[in-house]
Write a protein that binds this ligand. Sequence first.
Ligand code: TRP
Length: 334
Amino acid sequence: MDAVKDKKTIFSGMQPTGYPQLGNYLGAIKNWGQLQDEYNCLYCIVDLHAITVRQNPADLRKATRNLLAMYIACGLDPDKNIIYVQSHYAGHAELSWILGCYTYMGELGRMTQFKEKSEKHDANINTGLFTYPVLQTADILLFGTHLVPVGDDQRQHLELARDVAIRFNNIYGDVFTVPDAYIAKSGARIKSLTHPERKMSKSDEENSCISLLDSPEAVMRKFKRAVTDSETEIRYDAENKPGVSNLLEIYANCCDITLADAIAEFGGKNYGQLKTAVGEAVVGNIIQPIQARFNQVSAEADYLDNIMKNNAEKAAMIGQKILKKVKKKVGFVV
Ligand code: TRP
């Protein structure tokens, strides 16, 4: 895909740590595939962000290739979307340095993700962890991004990107596009299977989260153990019956039916039947087809290498125009 002028640009990033899980798929990646004709889409595998916490080098390399293969397996066409690796285009790091000089310590110190991660990794509170949102700002602003699909946990970072863009533009004129959040028309907010009041997350306990590479047995087992409530009636009530409501939501999304149809289907049935049906839908409609494509794509190392290389070049073509403008504005000899 080449950047088409009259289309808006969408940018999103995902860290190559572990595998995407069902919540990432149903809440984000599945919908990204439907944006590829309407927008110029860039999906970046953010390995620079990943090393803000210590990574095993071999694992990081593997996870990076796996995430690329997984994106393709999930339906993102690498000819229509710029799927690439952040460290393959130095423009991210360059712009990040420059923007760091337009970001205040106080702004970064307020970031909840920084506070949370510093608590979790208290032996390694490095400056990269602190300036992480500046790099994310650079990711977004580098491509004239209009829209960023983000979950609630990334809103504060997007807000910073907007503030920095506006601040820079106020000094130097219209350089950056001020990005907005992209709110998906559809897209489920899948919850943890063991703590259905919070969202599904791969950094949570094993049984709470369905990895897209889980075996069918593991998926069935996790759904069987999913937390419900002490009633017996299947109905949707996210507040008082978060577990059952989450299962209904997953079922509707996996079967591409409305929530109302899913609710109707389980009227009069019991929780055990619901859990089995959801597990089977996830395995049959999501896990098996994605894993089949993933295995196919992963086996083609040259194909993946080519995609990484070509797409990093495409990203660089777009980024260099803005980066050059920025360098000129701040007074570098270009
Ligand atoms: N920080 C994001 C996350 O952890 C990942 C990310 C990096 C990102 N750069 C981005 C997301 C730019 C959106 C836009 O989820």
